[in-house]
Write a protein that binds this ligand. Structure first.
Ligand code: SF4
Length: 57
């Protein structure tokens, strides 16, 4: 299962730091999770202060 970033993202960058496989990039346009790199560990979601990261539908 991969995770995606929802609209609640405040660009704090915590997820980028927490991802063990470097799947997240935070830029001006928002945080993006590369679905080809994500291993679905949930670390980003657990550490998101805005609860903006959710499992992909
Ligand atoms: Fe990275 Fe894990 Fe989040 Fe996937 S679920 S983007 S591997 S921290």
């Amino acid at each position: 299962m991969v995770y995606v970033v929802s609209q609640g993202c405040t660009l704090c960058g915590m997820c980028e730091t927490e991802c063990p496989v470097g799947a997240i990039r935070v830029g001006k346009g928002g945080a993006k999770i590369d679905p080809d790199k994500c291993i679905g560990c949930g670390s980003c979601a657990d550490n998101c202060a805005s609860e903006a990261i959710v499992p992909a539908p």
